[in-house]
Design a protein around this ligand. Sequence first.
Ligand SMILES: *Cc1c(COP(=O)(O)O)cnc(C)c1O
Length: 381
Amino acid sequence: MTGYREAVVDLGAVYANVGHLRQVAGTPHLMAVVKANAYGHGAVPVARTALAAGADWLGVADIDEALELRDAGIDAPVLAWLHDPDADFAAALARNISLGLSSARQLHQVAGAAAALGRVADVHLKLETGLNRNGVDEPDWAETFALAARLERAGRLRVTGIFSHLSNASPVDDAEAIESFERGVALAGTAGLTPPLIHLASTAAALRTPAARFTMVRVGIGIYGLSPFADQTSHELGLTPAMTLRGRVAAVRRVAAGAGVSYDYLWRAPVDGCLALVPLGYADGVPRSATGTARVDIDGHPHPLVGRIAMDQFVVSVGQQSVAVGDDVVLFGNPETGVPSATDWADAAGTINYEIVTRIGRRVPRSYRGGVGDEAGGGPI
Ligand SMILES: *Cc1c(COP(=O)(O)O)cnc(C)c1O
C-alpha cells in the first residue's frame, strides 16, 4: 500500500458481515443502512456489495443520499426517512425512492406529488415509540392510519412498511418500545393497512433482541464490521471491521530529553528518542480529543501519539525503533491483525466507533479491496 493518507475498505468484509447478519437475524428482509456515505466507507460500493450479499433494501437518511445511489445506477429499493420541510418528494417519486413518513403533513405532501406525477408513492409510516425524534405520536396513530388508508384507496400511495427505532437505553425500555410498536402495527391493520415490511431493529437489536426483528432489520454499523456494544467486540459477534485507516510517515527526527512536541508542548520527551510525523489530523477525522491517549501501529509495532493532534498531522513517539520516512502507519483496522481498532480510537476520544469511521474526511481517498467480481482486489466494484 502506498497512499500518503488512505482509508482502505475491504468489501469482502462487508459482504461477509451482511451474510452473517442475515443469518443471525433470520428475517425475510434486510435493509443495509448506507447513510452518511455508508458511515464514511463509500455509499455506492458498499450498497452494491450489500445487495450482492443478499440485502434487499437500502436505507438512507435523506432524499439526496437516495438520489446519489440512483445516479450510480442502483435500482434496488431505497428508503429515505428524514426530510426537509420543503423536501422535493416529486424528485424522489420520479426515481422510485420509498419514503419514510412521520406526519399527516408529509402524507399530504407526498400524495400531492404523486398525483401530479401520476405515480403511486411507496410509503413506510414511522411511529414514535419512545425515542422522541420523529414518528407519529400514539394519540395520532388512528387518524394518521385512516388518512393513509384513504390515500391508498385513492391510488396516491401504498403503505408497504411500518417502522420505528429503539433507544437501546435498557432492555426494559426497549421492551416497552416493542410493545408500543406492536400496538401500532395492530391498529394499522384495523385501519385496513397491510404493510408487509415491519421493521424496528437496527444492528444492536438485530443481534440481541429477537422480539424486535419482525419482517426486516435495518443494519448499519454491523455491516461495517463494528460492534454496537461496549461489552462485545466485533470478533466476538462474528463481524470483521471493513475500514483500515492508514498513512505513511512524512518525517522522522531525533529529539533530546526535554524537547516539547506540537502545540502547547503538552508533551516533552522524557528521554532522548525518535519521533515520526503522520500526515493525518482532525481535518481528516482524527479526533483531537484523542490527544494523549491514542496509539498507532508502525511496521507492526504499537506506539503512542504524543502532543496535540493538529489539523493535518500528529506526532508519534517511536522510542528506539528505527523508523523511516515512507513507513506504513495504521491508525486503525481489524484488531485481529494486531492493529488498533476504531473502537480503541473511540475510547481514546470519548466517543463511539460510529463517529470515528463516519467522520473520516474528504481529503482521505477511499480505496477498495475484495469487491464482488474483483477477486484479485484493487478497484471499486
Ligand atoms: C442509522 C439508523 C439505523 C442503523 O443503525 P445501526 O446501529 O448502525 O445498525 C437504523 N435505523 C435508523 C432509523 C437509523 O437512523
